[in-house]
Structures are given as structure tokens and as C-alpha cells.
Design a protein around this ligand. Structure first.
Ligand SMILES: Cc1ncc(COP(=O)(O)O)c(CN[C@@H]2CONC2=O)c1O
Length: 422
């Protein structure tokens, strides 16, 4: 069933909000997406009808909560093509925690001075800082695949860096700044020729396109609930079952054990081995509802919709002689986000001027300071779309950019500017 855009927008009451009397235009989805009624109603039902701690209570509420929470793991595993179900799908707090879990649970235990971690210049700090820290703690070397002018990874450089000493390849599937969709399957193949672990940051891909972790042959794959129409406070780490068996827990305590004596403890099986203490129960169950919501639209349609909006904005920004766009040009496939700058208007001023018009974008370094250094800019303005955005939203953005440019030109003509300069 193909759902029309208005029907989808009606699922998100927040889109009826006004910002100082102006209708909200929400274009900050790469940071956090909005949540449909069908997802946040899950919270209300859970707390109204079966709130209880899981796995230990011998009573109906606990059983119902346990079943729903466990089945949510199966649902998210299915959403990313993990045939092992819940045994390969750990709930964490977010992508950041998922990547840290692999880095500390496997990297810290197995890496040493002879090993290399290969990652890229376009990584989010959630990954880049984490592997930098592991390199420091283990003496391993960390190397970064270069990013080309057009926002793609330099694959020649990748083949130079990935070799016998590579122990880990950690790469973002989609850049949260450039919109670039990286060839993770090709990179995984290269890394596996040298028995390296392949860790994929899927924060920007799982929400926006069909993902099949087994097809790409990722060993680990991390993503967040709040970026896929789900709640904050819940994320996922997919891991191949035999690797999760090998991996050390990251947090210790109840739930993650099967037997404890004063001398030693025996770990539980995955995923519970990595879910110490009382987990985000309602969040996990609500995330399964988010997966249902997105599958109801269809992830191919989500990708097409996002690409259409990105192309619409790219073509119009490319027509401007004072706009600089980062990432692949129009005509090339990219995720539904466009980062840009307008000459003479600082990103934060642009973001503030847009907010005056009810338009929410993000400005700054988007937690990718090394990438912005490579781009030789202090920051950028990023518009990012989701299933409920339309070309009307983009037209409103473009009008507001015109307005910002007029304000800039008026200032440049003003006495205040000339007094300041001369
Ligand atoms: C590619 C990528 N990896 C990891 C993360 C970290 O996700 P969590 O915060 O859920 O752990 C983000 C978040 N994206 C940031 C958050 O705000 N704006 C962004 O672009 C991201 O875009």
C-alpha cells in the first residue's frame, strides 16, 4: 500500500507546531527524526497496562513485558537482515554506545602495537574518537582513508591502507555531513581478505534505506532508535553470533550472568550478556513499533523519497553562485541530507535566521571536526529530510536563504559595516 505524504504527515502531530506563529519546517532529521503516534502510543500502553521488570518476575506483567522486550530484539534483527534474531541483536543506548561496546569488548582485548585500525576522515566522533582511544590504550596504529573532493572515499587509498596488519576496519555507511553512501560491501570484502573485524556505523543508513547486514557481511553494525522514528535512549548493535560469543561484556551486574559465586561469575548468552541491569524496556518495545512503521512505508520508498528531496535542493543550490555544497553533486545517489555554506553568512547566523522563519536545520561541525578540517571550513549548515518532508519545505528553506542573503547584502552596504571596516 503506497501511503501519500499527507497521510504520513498526519502521523506526526508535532509537524502542526508553530515557531513564534510560523509553521514548523523540520529539516534536522539527520540529528533526530520525529516520532509517529503509533510509536509513542506504545509507551502509553506499556506504562498503562504491563509495566514490569523483565526476565525475573514470575507474574503476568513481568511475563508480558519480557516477551515484548525479547520479541523487539527479533524485530530489529529482522529489520537489518540478521537471520540469527535476538541472539545477534544487542540493545544499547545509542550508536555511540554500540561502537564503544565493540571497541572495548573486542578491540581492547585483541589489539596491540602490531595492529592497525583503518577508518575514514568522514567518521562521526562516536566512532573516530572511540577508535582513537583504543589505539592509544593498545598501542595499535590508526589510519584514515582519505575523502575525495566529490565527497567519496578514495578507494585507491583504502586498498593501500587495508592489509595484513589491519585488525579492524570501522566505516560509516552514510556520512552525516556529505550524504555519501559508502561501498561498505566492497570495503568489508577487502578487510576480510586480511581477517580484519568489520564495524559499520549505520546511524544514517538504517533509517533511510534498506539495510542487509549479512549481504554487506558486516561483523558488527551499529544504529540508533531516535534516527529511525523511534525513541531516544535505545540503540542497537548487530554482531555475528560467534563474535558476540567471543566478545567481553562492557558492563557487569544482573541480567548478564547465569551463575555467580563468591569466586567467579558465568556470563549469560548474547544479547543478555551485554545488557546489564534493568534495560530501557519501553524504548525497546517502541523501537520495534518504529521498525513496523517504516516497513509499512517501505524502505525502498524512504530512500527514493529522500533522494528526490536531496536532488531538488542540490539542483537549486547549485544554481546559486554564492553557495558551496559539500558531498556528491546532484545526479549522484546520496542520502537525504545536504550540507552547505552561503558566502558571507556564518552557519550559526544562517541557522538562527532560518529558525526565525520556523525552519529547523543544524549548523556546526556535526561531530565531524576532522572532516571539516579536511574540507577546510569551521562548520556547515545541514538540511536533512525524512518521510514527512516535501518540496514545499525545501522551497521555504530556499526563500529563507534568499532572505538571509538580502540581510547580508544590506549589512554590507550599511554604514555600520563601513565604519567597522574603514
Ligand atoms: C554517522 C553517525 N554516527 C554516529 C552518530 C551518533 O549517534 P547517537 O548520538 O545516537 O549515538 C551519529 C549522530 N548524528 C549526529 C547527532 O546530531 N547530528 C548528527 O549528525 C551519526 O550521524
Amino acid at each position: 500500500m503506497v501511503r501519500d505524504i499527507q497521510a504520513i504527515r498526519d502521523d506526526f502531530p508535532i509537524l502542526d507546531r508553530e515557531i513564534d506563529g510560523t509553521p514548523l519546517v523540520y529539516l534536522d532529521n539527520a540529528a533526530t527524526t520525529q516520532t509517529p503516534e503509533s510509536v509513542y502510543e506504545v509507551f502509553e500502553t506499556y506504562y498503562r497496562e504491563y509495566n514490569s521488570n523483565i526476565h525475573r518476575g514470575i507474574h503476568t506483567l513481568s511475563h508480558e513485558a519480557s516477551v515484548a522486550y525479547e520479541e523487539a530484539h527479533d524485530r530489529l534483527a529482522e529489520f537489518v537482515g540478521a537471520s540469527g534474531g535476538r541472539e545477534e541483536l544487542v540493545f544499547t543506548k545509542n550508536t555511540t554506545e554500540s561502537i564503544n561496546l565493540v571497541a572495548y569488548g573486542l578491540g581492547l582485548q585483541n589489539l596491540g602495537p602490531d595492529d592497525t585500525i583503518v577508518t575514514t576522515e568522514m567518521e562521526h566522533h562516536a566512532s573516530l574518537v572511540t577508535w582513537q582511544q583504543i589505539a592509544e590504550l593498545t598501542g595499535a596504529t590508526i589510519q584514515f582513508i582519505r575523502v575525495n573532493e566529490d565527497g567519496h572515499l578514495d578507494m585507491e587509498h583504502a586498498t593501500e591502507l587495508i592489509g595484513p596488519e589491519t585488525a579492524v576496519l570501522s566505516v560509516t555507511h552514510v556520512s552525516n555531513v556529505l550524504g555519501t553512501v559508502n561501498p561498505v560491501t566492497e570495503l568489508a570484502e577487502l578487510a576480510h581478505e586480511h581477517d580484519a573485524y568489520v564495524v559499520v556505523d549505520g546511524a544514517q543508513s538504517v533509517p533511510t534505506r534498506p539495510v542487509d547486514v549479512e549481504e554487506m557481511d558486516a561483523d558488527f553494525f551499529a544504529f540508533s532508535g531516535h534516527k529511525m522514528a523511534g525513541p531516544t535512549g535505545i540503540g542497537c548493535l548487530y554482531g555475528k553470533r560467534h563474535l558476540l560469543d567471543e566478545m567481553d561484556p562492557f558492563l557487569y551486574g544482573g541480567e548478564m550472568i547465569t551463575h555467580v559465586t563468591l569466586d567467579r561469575s558465568v556470563w549469560n548468552d548474547p544479547p543478555w550478556k551485554f545488557e546489564a541491569g534493568t534495560p530501557p524496556i519501553a524504548e525497546g518495545i517502541a523501537l520495534a513499533a518504529a521498525a513496523d512503521y517504516l516497513d509499512d512505508i517501505g524502505m525502498d520508498r524512504v530512500r527514493e523519497h529522500e533522494d528526490r528531496l536531496a536532488q531538488y535542493l542540490l539542483e537549486r543550490l547549485e544554481d546559486r553562485d554564492d553557495a558551496t555544497i559539500y558531498g556528491p553533486p546532484s545526479g549522484e545517489q546520496r542520502a537525504g541530507l545536504v550540507s552547505f555554506n552561503v558566502d558571507g553568512v556564518h552557519g550559526h547566523d544562517m541557522s538562527s535566521l532560518l529558525n526565525d522563519r520556523g525552519i529547523a536545520v543544524r549548523a556546526g561541525d556535526h561531530c565531524t571536526q576532522p572532516l571539516h578540517e579536511t574540507l577546510d571550513i569551521p562548520g556547515s549548515v545541514r538540511a536533512s529530510f525524512y518521510v514527512y518532508n516535501t518540496t514545499d519545505d525545501i522551497d521555504a528553506l530556499l526563500d529563507a536563504i534568499d532572505d538571509a542573503e538580502e540581510k547580508r547584502d544590506a549589512y554590507l552596504r550599511s554604514e555600520r559595516y563601513h565604519d567597522a571596516i574603514y
